[in-house]
Design a protein around this ligand. Structure first.
Ligand code: ADP
Ligand code: MG
Ligand code: ZN
Length: 582
């Protein structure tokens, strides 16, 4: 794209239009006095056309400087339409016909290059690349297999889009923005489309990476266009895929140069605030890195609702395989349940890919149906591709995770009586290999010493269960150990709960100034520090032994939970309880 623009520019400049000498300060003044009608930025050179028709080539210190000096004026004038940001614009001199032919040849070559790579056309790049109604009418929740919890959470949005008036007249407040969080291929884009399809409303989508453009102000103006279109087509969904590309924390980049992105982000925030609640525009966005998003995006009234889209468990995988084999003839020896069991860690996209590759194998072998062998061979191919992207879970890892999570869950039930298990899973989520969700039965203001000790036991449960059942321990427990140690340290230094140290708080408010730590002297002596460390270690060791004891006594239950996890991958509170009633 850039190369094309640059070539065009090179040739364009060669064609006659009268050239004026201009330096940077002239350019700034001309923009301020609205004497510039269009400009083309190329690296640190700007080609401007003045209102009197003259052209000039101006060297600028940097794009950032130009933005800082006259960015606001440029934006205003672009809004008014008096200043245009051009790819190229020139009066063609007929002597350059051969050049033009050359240019066209170049353009064709580049265009075909683009098309083959699946890139959208290179024209019209200052206009929003939002695409209207990508056939979403045919995509419904039925096409999203498994993902029942995600769909249930989104059902409310669908209802609202179908009948906004019903909600508005009752004064209900509907979330403006929903952030879908999940690893690649888990069906976030598919879900967003399905919401639009279910509600039968238009779907405007744009990808964060589309915003990354070199031309000043383009990202921001694209955001404006996008919202303009959306407002005209209410009710509708605006979907920003890969929002992390544009929504990274501001000021986080090294050494600047991110002005363009920040401007786009600012515009996005402005637009989101610009339409009120219940106006019928629902923003949806997808990311697998919510942690790097600018906090401003996640504030109330923006993307204040997060929905985690999980990697499917064994039941989910079977359902997805069914969806993607619905239109494919399967031989009798194919057992989708069995394939689902063998594909732990696969995302929806991986499974779709698997069925597609199987069909290709079958076709190449002139089969009339897809056989078990086709799928097995296709799986070898898919696995090699998947290994790099998502994590394939080996049997050993799976077993380790099962005992680890079972350890947490069993101890949570036996020790921490104030909460109950909601869900236990060995399907990875974020950086965790599995997870145990337990919900407190009541909100509490204070935590007692014993409760804190119990919590340490629950956290250590994962590691201890690994140690007792496998002849190996994993690094998967490191954040558990870290968090448990933090609790123990707080008990000693903050809450004065240790007898050896006494009822004294050595807590400095917990703030750590990175880089300034050297000036930050401790409020206690080296000896006290050593005493604290010894006391923390004492608490941890004691709790570790207790954990070992409880789990040893309950080995039968632990094993039952782990086995159930290995079979089902995700179990709910009830299935967990059943393991105790044998
Ligand atoms: P993401 O946006 O999370 O990266 P996509 O929505 O683009 O993932 O999913 C890619 C493809 O994978 C989809 O087009 C679909 O074919 C398949 N897929 C993913 N999840 C599911 C699912 N739950 N049910 C059916 N197909 C799925
Ligand atoms: Mg996607
Ligand atoms: Zn753990």
């Amino acid at each position: 794209m850039l190369v094309v623009a640059y070539l065009i520019y090179m040739f364009a400049v060669g064609f006659g239009a009268s050239q004026t000498k201009m330096v940077y300060s002239d350019l700034v003044n001309s923009i301020k006095s609205e004497q510039v009608s269009s400009m083309l930025v190329s690296g640190n050179t700007v080609t401007v056309t003045l209102t009197n028709g003259d052209k000039a080539k101006v060297k600028i210190p940097s794009l950032d400087t130009l933005q800082a000096d006259v960015g606001k004026e440029m934006n205003d004038q672009m809004d008014k339409g008096t200043l245009k940001q051009e790819a190229y614009e020139t009066k063609i001199s007929w002597t350059a016909v051969t050049n033009i032919i050359l240019i066209i040849v170049f353009i064709c070559v580049f265009f075909f290059g683009f098309l083959r790579k699946g890139g959208s056309g290179a024209t019209n790049f200052t206009k929003s690349r939002a695409r209207l109604n990508e056939n979403t009418k045919n995509v419904t929740f039925k096409d999203v297999a498994g993902a029942d919890e995600e769909k249930a959470e989104l059902a409310e949005i669908v209802e609202f889009l179908k009948n906004p008036q019903k909600f508005v007249s009752l004064g209900a407040r509907i979330p403006k923005g929903v952030l879908l969080v999940g690893s690649p291929g888990t069906g976030k884009t598919l879900l967003a489309k399905a919401v639009a399809g279910e509600a039968k409303v238009p779907f405007f989508s744009i990808s964060g990476s589309d915003f990354v453009e070199l031309y000043v102000g383009v990202g921001a103006s694209r955001v404006r266009d996008l919202f303009e279109q959306a407002k005209k087509n209410r009710p509708c969904i605006v979907f920003i895929d890969e929002i992390d590309a544009v929504g990274r924390k501001r000021g986080a980049g090294m050494g600047g140069g991110h002005d363009e992105r920040e401007q786009t982000l600012n515009q996005l925030l402005v637009e989101m605030d610009g339409f009120g609640e219940n106006e019928g525009v629902i923003m949806m966005a997808a990311t697998n890195r919510p942690d790097i998003l600018d906090p401003a995006l996640l504030r109330p009234g923006r993307f204040d609702r997060q929905i985690v889209v999980d990697v499917p468990d064994v039941k989910g995988r079977e359902a997805i395989l069914k969806v993607h084999s619905a239109k494919k003839p399967l031989a009798n020896d194919v057992d989708l349940e069995e394939i689902a069991k063998a594909t732990a860690g696969y995302s929806g996209a991986d499974l779709e890919n698997l069925m597609n590759e199987s069909a290709i194998f079958a076709a190449r072998r002139n089969h009339l149906e897809i056989t078990r062998k086709d799928i097995e061979d296709a799986n070898l191919k898919v696995m090699m591709g998947t290994e790099k992207r998502s994590r394939i879970i080996t049997e050993k890892e799976k077993k380790l995770t099962a005992f680890h999570e079972a350890g947490h869950a069993v101890l949570a039930k036996l020790v921490d009586k104030t909460s109950h298990i909601h869900k236990v899973s060995i399907i990875p989520r974020g950086r965790a290999g599995g997870y145990t969700m337990y919900v407190p039965d009541e909100d509490k203001m204070y935590t007692s010493k014993n409760e804190m000790l119990d919590r340490i036991i629950v956290m250590l449960g994962g590691r201890v269960a690994e140690e007792l059942t496998m002849d190996d321990i994993s690094t998967g427990a490191s954040s558990d150990i870290q968090r448990a140690t933090d609790i123990a340290r707080q008990m000693v230094t903050k809450y004065g709960m240790s007898e050896a140290i006494g009822p004294v708080s050595y807590d400095d408010g917990g703030e750590v100034f990175i880089g300034r730590d050297f000036a930050h002297s401790k409020a206690y002596s080296e000896k006290t520090a050593a005493d604290i460390d010894a006391e923390v270690k004492h608490i941890m060791t004691l709790q570790y032994r207790k954990t070992e004891q409880i789990l040893t006594e309950n080995m039968a239950v632990l094993t039952r939970v782990a086995e159930k996890l290995l079979e089902k991958e995700t179990i709910d509170g009830q299935e967990f309880e059943e393991c105790f009633n044998i």
